[in-house]
Design a protein around this ligand. Structure first.
Ligand code: KG4
Ligand code: ZN
Length: 338
């Protein structure tokens, strides 16, 4: 679909524990990206409590949207379309964003664009790199998903490999929990891994999974390792466990995604999802890609974890790609797949 230049989308993201609203122009320029995180609220429970998350979205969403317009120095009249994440995610959390945006689109009579959260994570790279275009291979690593995706076009994604059990972010969080590091665990493991040594072998990689992944065995191996040390009354080498676990996971993610680039003859690798904030993963993916003459794209840190700007970018490509608009019958889909 042909659209005027300067097409402004107001996007809302509320799939988990971040209430976010952004204004994005032409899918590439972010005018505002307000993220109201509930991390402090959920920390004392050791993880996201879905019912608590939805209640907090309700109280936050109106202010977050108003702030996004204010920072962009715009009013609703300047907005061309409304976009919202409709899956995957927590049903109650999604419901808040979807209901709010349906009402907003109805009241303003603007088009409503429903966005798949995962397409949003991929699109965080369109905001970071204004010239990046498909095709490319995407390594998607979030709290709920882990996949190697062949992005043939903005709206055409092909899964090459996926996790058979836990998502990688989820396994970071679980390892952090058994080490008593608190929630969310990924950034804490990342930080400690920097001062630890990756010299522990608590798991023997026996990989016949092709491009698929399995993380639950690695997590269980660590739990058993910690319990054994505890039973022997030995000290837990927390930082070394973090470094060793991180290495195990990062080696596999990098190796398989670079292999996919080669097999499919694509010389661009793009990282996406919350775990793309992990420093070891960023460094290792870019150095390995460079050594193989593959271009590596890493999302700006502000777009790694959940935010609405990435949803605004994905929405633009859905809109110009002619994907049918949503209407007042739109319902959230907690288990939406790619
Ligand atoms: O993409 P995201 O914000 O939410 C989902 O869509 O799931 O990802 C959140 C996940 C959490 O599991 C969090 O622990 C992980 O991303 N994460 C990290 C880092 N920052 C966030 N994992 C490893 N290293 C990090 N620096
Ligand atoms: Zn996410």
């Amino acid at each position: 679909m042909e659209v005027k230049s300067g097409f402004k989308i107001l996007a809302v993201e509320s799939s988990c524990d971040e209430t976010s609203c952004a204004v994005v122009v032409d899918g590439r320029v972010c005018l505002s990206n307000i993220v109201s995180s509930q991390i402090d609220i959920h920390t004392r429970f050791g993880g996201v409590v879905p019912e608590v998350a939805s209640r907090n979205h309700i109280t936050a969403i109106d202010n977050v949207v108003k702030q996004a317009l204010q920072v962009a120095n715009l009013t609703l009249d300047d907005i061309d379309a409304i976009a919202v994440t409709y899956g995957a995610g927590l049903i109650g959390s999604l419901l808040v964003g979807v209901s709010y945006c349906k009402a907003l689109a109805y009241a303003t009579q603007k088009p409503l664009i429903a966005v798949n959260h995962i397409y949003g994570h991929i699109a965080s790279n369109y905001l970071t790199y204004p010239d990046l275009k498909p095709p490319f291979i995407c390594l998607l690593v979030s709290g709920g998903h882990t996949a190697i995706i062949k992005v043939n076009d903005y709206n055409h994604h092909q899964i090459i490999g996926t996790t058979l059990d836990d998502a990688v972010g989820e396994s970071f969080d679980k390892v952090a929990r058994v080490l008593g590091l608190g929630y969310p665990g990924g950034p804490k493991v990342d930080k400690l891994a920097k001062i630890g040594k990756d010299n522990l072998t608590f798991y023997k990689q026996n990989d016949n999974l092709g491009y698929n992944f399995s993380f639950s065995g690695k997590k269980t191996a660590i739990i058993n390792y910690i319990h054994t040390l505890e039973q022997r009354g030995e000290q837990i080498p927390t930082a070394d466990i973090c470094a060793s676990f991180e290495k195990l996971v990062v080696d596999e993610l990098v190796e398989k995604s670079i292999k996919a680039c080669k097999q499919y003859g694509i010389n661009k690798i793009v990282l996406a999802g919350g775990v793309s904030a992990n420093q070891q993963l960023r460094e290792q993916l870019s150095s390995t890609a460079k050594a193989q003459n593959i271009e590596c794209y890493l999302p700006n840190l502000s777009y790694c974890t959940d935010n609405a700007a990435m949803i605004g970018s994905a929405a633009y490509y859905s809109y110009i790609g002619g994907i049918p608009l949503a209407d007042m019958t739109l319902q959230p889909n907690p288990s939406l797949s790619l």
